[in-house]
Design a protein around this ligand. Structure first.
Ligand SMILES: *Cc1c(COP(=O)(O)O)cnc(C)c1O
Length: 450
C-alpha cells in the first residue's frame, strides 16, 4: 500500500461574512477618495456632512448617453431635467455639453434664463404654469408642453397680447405596459383626449403644434415601454398630417431611465438589472426608425433624462455620531446625514462605504440619521463593519433628486462641492447659516419686546 503524501495543514482566516443566496459577502472595501481628492480633506475643508459632485463623471455620463443615441439616430437632443438637480453649476456643465433645459415651474424657468439658455432651448413642462409664466415663455419662443385643457384655454385667451405665435407640444399619457400608469399628466391617448387636444390647437390657427411629448414615469427598467409610446405617438403624427398637412418636428420621450441605485425590496442589485444607455438607445431608436412618420420625415428625438445622468456623479460624505444597541441587541449606528438631506433613502438601498480600512468583522446594522424622528433611517439593515464615533463614511450615487428635494429641518443644509476635471474643488452651494433664516423671517412689532 502506497503511503499518502503528507500535506501540512494550514490555517486560513475566513474573511467573508455570512453567505447569503448570492454567495459569500465580500469585505467592504473603503472608498478613500473621489476623483483622487481625499474624502478626509473634503470633510476637513468643507465640513461634515458634505455633498460632492464629480464634474468628470457628469461629463462622461452625458457623453456616453449622447453617443448611445446619436450613433443610432440622426437627430438627437437632450434637455437637462432641472428638477433632478438644479444647482446652477451642475446645469451649466450639462448646457456646456449641449443639453437644453427642461423646466417644470416659473422658478426653474428663471434659473434656465439665468444660466444663459436662450428661450427657444427651454422646454416648459408641468401642470403649474401661471399666465405670466406662459406669456413670458411664449414670447421667448420656448417650447410649451401643454398639460391640460385649462392651460390650452389660458393660452388661447392670451393670444391677442402675445408677441409670438405659441410653439407648443402636448404631453400625452397612455398605456405602455407600465403600472401604475401615470395618467394624471397630459392628455390620454386611448380615450381620444390627446386627439381632441390636437384638434383644438390646430383648428385655432394661431398656435404652432411642433412636437409630441410623453414622460412614461421614472425608474423605468422596461425599455420596451418607450417603444410602445413611440408607436402610439407616430399614429398621432400620421393623423395630424392626414387632417392638417402639418408635420410635427419632434418626439420627446421624456426621462425615466433607471440609475444604478437599487430600489428597496429589489431581488437583484440594480448594477445587474438596470439597462445601459446602449440598451435604452437601441430600443428607442429602433422604434423611431421603424415607425412610419408622415411624409417620410425624421422627427428630432428629444430626451429629458434626469436621474440616470447625474446619480453616479453625486456623493455624500459624513461622520459617525454614535453606536448603540437596540433593546433586542441589534446594532445601530447614528450618522450625521439624515433623510432631510437624503430623501432618496426612503426608496433606495443606498450604498455606503467606510472611508478607511476597518476590521474584518461586520454585523447586521441599522443606520440612523441624526434627526429626532423615528422615520430617519438611512439603511434599515445592512451588513456593516464597526465604525467608531468620529469615523467617516461616504454614500454613493446621490446626485439625483437629493439637492432639490432636500428640506431644511432642525439644522442647516450642508455645502455642495464640485470637483472639476483638474481635481480642483469649488463650493457650488454654500452651507446655510442663521442669516439665511433671519432674512426670511419677520417679527411683528408687538412680539419684539419680551
Ligand atoms: C422628472 C421629469 C423628468 C426626469 O425624469 P427622470 O426619471 O429623472 O429621468 C423628465 N421629464 C419630465 C416631464 C419630468 O417630470
Amino acid at each position: 500500500m502506497d503511503k499518502k503524501i503528507y500535506e501540512r495543514p494550514i490555517l486560513r482566516k475566513v474573511v467573508e461574512g455570512i453567505p447569503n443566496k448570492f454567495g459569500s459577502l465580500k469585505r467592504l472595501r473603503p472608498i478613500e477618495s473621489i476623483d483622487n481628492v481625499l474624502i478626509d480633506n473634503l470633510i476637513d475643508q468643507y465640513g461634515s456632512p458634505v455633498f460632492v459632485l464629480s464634474e468628470k463623471t457628469i461629463r462622461e455620463t452625458y457623453r456616453t448617453a449622447y453617443r448611445a443615441f446619436s450613433t443610432r439616430y440622426p437627430k438627437v437632443q437632450f434637455a437637462w431635467s432641472y428638477k433632478t438637480n438644479y444647482i446652477d453649476a451642475v446645469c451649466r456643465v450639462f448646457h456646456q455639453e449641449g443639453a437644453w433645459a427642461e423646466v417644470v415651474s416659473g422658478f426653474e424657468y428663471e434659473k434656465a434664463l439665468d444660466n444663459n439658455i436662450p428661450g427657444n432651448k427651454i422646454i416648459f413642462n408641468g401642470p403649474d404654469k401661471s399666465e405670466e409664466d406662459l406669456a413670458r415663455a411664449i414670447n421667448n419662443k420656448s417650447l410649451i408642453h401643454i398639460d391640460h385643457f385649462d392651460e390650452l384655454y389660458a393660452i388661447i385667451e392670451m393670444l391677442d397680447e402675445l408677441k409670438e405665435r405659441p410653439q407648443v407640444a402636448i404631453r400625452v399619457n397612455m398605456d405602455t405596459g407600465i403600472v401604475p400608469q401615470w395618467d394624471r399628466f397630459g392628455f390620454n391617448y386611448e380615450s381620444g383626449e390627446a386627439w381632441n387636444a390636437i384638434n383644438r390647437i390646430l383648428t385655432n390657427g394661431n398656435i404652432d403644434l411642433i412636437g409630441l411629448h410623453i414622460h412614461v414615469g421614472t425608474y423605468i427598467t422596461l425599455s420596451k415601454a418607450y417603444a410602445t409610446a413611440i408607436q402610439k405617438l407616430a399614429v398621432l403624427a400620421t393623423r395630424i398630417f392626414e387632417r392638417f398637412q402639418i408635420s410635427i418636428g419632434y418626439i420627446d420621450v421624456g426621462g425615466g431611465f433607471a440609475s444604478q441605485n437599487t430600489l428597496q425590496g429589489a431581488y437583484l442589485p440594480a448594477t445587474d438589472t438596470t439597462p445601459s444607455f446602449d440598451d435604452y438607445a437601441h430600443t428607442i431608436t429602433t422604434a423611431m426608425t421603424s415607425a412610419s412618420f408622415p411624409n417620410n420625415e425624421t422627427p428630432t428625438l428629444i430626451l429629458e433624462t434626469g436621474r440616470a445622468l447625474i446619480d453616479d456623479a453625486g456623493w455624500l460624505a459624513g461622520t459617525v455620531l454614535a453606536n448603540k444597541r437596540l433593546a433586542d441587541g441589534h446594532r445601530a449606528m447614528v450618522i450625521d446625514t439624515g433623510v432631510n438631506i437624503l430623501f432618496t433613502a426612503f426608496w433606495y438601498d443606498h450604498e455606503i462605504y467606510p472611508v478607511h480600512e476597518t476590521s474584518f468583522q461586520s454585523e447586521p446594522t441599522t443606520i440612523y440619521g441624526p434627526l429626532c424622528m423615528n422615520i430617519d433611517i438611512i439603511r434599515k439593515n445592512i451588513d456593516f463593519p464597526l465604525l467608531n464615533k468620529g469615523d467617516r463614511f461616504v454614500i454613493k450615487r446621490v446626485g439625483a433628486y437629493t439637492m432639490t428635494q432636500w428640506m431644511q429641518f432642525i439644522t442647516y443644509r450642508p455645502n455642495i462641492v464640485l470637483i472639476d476635471e483638474k481635481g480642483k474643488t469649488h463650493v457650488i452651494r454654500k452651507q446655510e447659516d442663521k442669516e439665511v433664516f433671519r432674512r426670511q423671517e419677520m417679527i411683528p412689532e408687538h412680539l419684539k419686546v419680551n
